[in-house]
Design a protein around this ligand. Structure first.
Ligand SMILES: Cc1cc2nc3c(=O)[nH]c(=O)nc-3n(C[C@H](O)[C@H](O)[C@H](O)COP(=O)(O)O)c2cc1C
Length: 455
């Protein structure tokens, strides 16, 4: 049986689990809400419900997946072996089902009445952004090749009352758009904002072309996702959606640049982003506008998830002595620390060079198993005491890196570095330790002290 679920159910479960902060003071979508979200989003923080955006009827929800815990809740996986578990969940497929719209929505289709900024509290995030941007919209379009529906998370710049620029860099939508351009046909699109996080996560996952990402979301939920027909375009979209924006891209239309503070923390300009002419805005009563601030732990989490589910299982399969793998927060999946259980220096160098061959990885560090990759003090201690730049450093120039790294050369070429911070030899590199027997004996006493310290 199909069941309908949406972002409000997830918000409610966050509330019940103490993972939600509610703010009743109305704040402006221009800079104010993004300031709160970006300042709180620098560290692990709860999701934030802004009950009212100043000048709007709608609430804004942000920092929804800002911690690993909430990402695990959305994926319904344990934090232990997170990437392997997430990958196996993302490989499940339950096809969506088409239903009559179960939740009534207001629909605005009249040309003169469509005014994006009048209806929606779309945020302007950073001081030098070219304007308000929708950063949580999942856009769908029909693939001309086989009639399947391609979906992805693509930033959209408000360019007029009924005009939106859309950044179409990644497949499937970039390739679908190329087909329409080639055939000189209008490309209909429908963008949903405010959906169950399983749909958001599915929409950014790398899956074979032709597979509907809603079947991946269904796999995550263990139940089919309900779909409805959009109001003015012939595209099926998730039923439980707070807001829908529909329209078309004219293949001969203007393609211009907009500026947005990006996931790497820099202003970037997307070249040639086409324009959507909006034909309908549909919204639920008290629709929750979902905000994703482009630079913060939330986006870092999402990017690490997407890179990690590819990287971690492949690394562990190839290098069986690898133990823990940890992406350094704030580096959008480009810096990784791995612990290894081998003294074979050749194997360690192989682990480093293999890691650096992944597009997303710019820096890889290998430490011994006794060092916790998640504890940056221990990692830096290993580098400070076990690593020598002339012997243990691998430098690989001009490999393809992440496009959002502004220091990369043309073609996104970057220099990659691998650091072997494992013990150079067994002797002389034993960590100091208090006697184990005493540590064991004092464990209950120590535990009590730690608990008191926490209070
Ligand atoms: C936070 C975030 C923002 C994204 N923004 C864009 C974007 O603005 N434009 C774009 O083309 N892709 C963007 N993507 C990537 C696509 O949504 C997504 O990776 C793609 O659809 C995955 O499918 P693929 O592997 O077939 O490319 C973004 C991904 C994330 C995680």
């Amino acid at each position: 049986m199909s069941v309908s679920f949406g972002i409000r159910d997830f918000i409610e479960s966050l509330r019940q689990n103490g993972e939600l902060l509610t703010l009743s003071t109305p704040l402006a979508p221009r800079f104010e809400i993004s300031t709160i979200l970006s300042e709180l989003g620098k560290k692990e923080a709860p999701a934030i419900l802004f009950e009212k955006a100043k000048g709007y009827k709608f609430p804004v929800i942000g920092n929804l997946l800002g911690t690993k815990k909430r990402l695990s809740m959305a994926l319904k996986v344990d934090q232990e072996n997170f990437f392997e578990n997430a990958l196996s969940k993302l490989q499940g497929r339950i096809p969506p089902v088409l239903v009559e719209d179960p939740s009534p929505k207001n629909v605005v289709t009249q040309k003169g009445k469509i005014d994006l900024l009048k209806f929606l509290p779309i945020l302007t995030h950073y001081a030098k952004d070219s304007g308000p941007y929708i950063t949580s919209g999942i856009t769908s379009a029909i693939d001309l090749k086989d009639g399947s529906i391609g979906r992805g998370l693509h930033r959209m710049e408000v360019r007029g009352k009924n005009e939106l620029g859309i950044s179409l860099i990644n497949p499937p939508l970039s390739e679908i758009y190329a087909q329409y351009k080639k055939e000189n046909r209008r490309m209909e699109v429908a963008t949903v904002i405010g959906v169950d996080p399983s749909i958001l996560i599915a929409s950014i996952s790398k899956i074979p072309r032709g597979v509907d990402k809603l079947s991946v979301a269904g796999g995550l939920k263990g139940k089919p996702i309900q779909m409805v027909k959009a109001a003015t375009v012939d595209i099926d979209i998730p039923a439980q959606t707070e807001i829908v924006i529909e329209g078309y891209i004219d293949p001969k239309g203007k393609e211009k640049d907009g500026t947005l503070g990006e996931s790497s923390g820099y202003y970037m300009t997307f070249s040639k982003s086409p324009m959507i002419h909006v034909t309908a805005i549909t919204y639920k009563k008290a629709a929750h506008f979902h905000a994703i601030v482009p630079w913060g732990l939330e986006v870092d989490n999402l990017l690490c998830l997407i890179h990690g589910i590819d990287f971690v299982p492949k690394m562990k399969k190839e290098i069986s002595s690898l133990k823990k793998i940890h992406f350094i927060p704030g580096t959008f999946g480009s810096h990784v620390v791995m612990s290894i259980d081998t003294e074979n220096k050749g194997e360690i160098r192989r682990a480093l060079t293999f890691a650096l061959s992944f597009t997303n990885i710019k820096k890889a560090i290998v430490v011994d198993e006794e060092v916790d990759p998640e504890d940056y003090r221990e990692v830096e201690w290993a580098l400070a005491t076990r690593f020598q730049g002339d012997r243990n450093l691998i430098i690989l120039p001009d490999l393809r890196g992440q496009p959002i790294d502004p220091s990369s050369k043309e073609g996104f070429l970057t220099t990659k570095i691998g650091m072997d911070a494992t013990r150079p030899k067994k002797e002389g590199f034993g960590k100091v330790e208090v006697p184990l027997e005493v540590k064991k004996r004092l464990a209950p006493f120590l535990g009590k002290l730690k608990r008191e310290e926490k209070k």
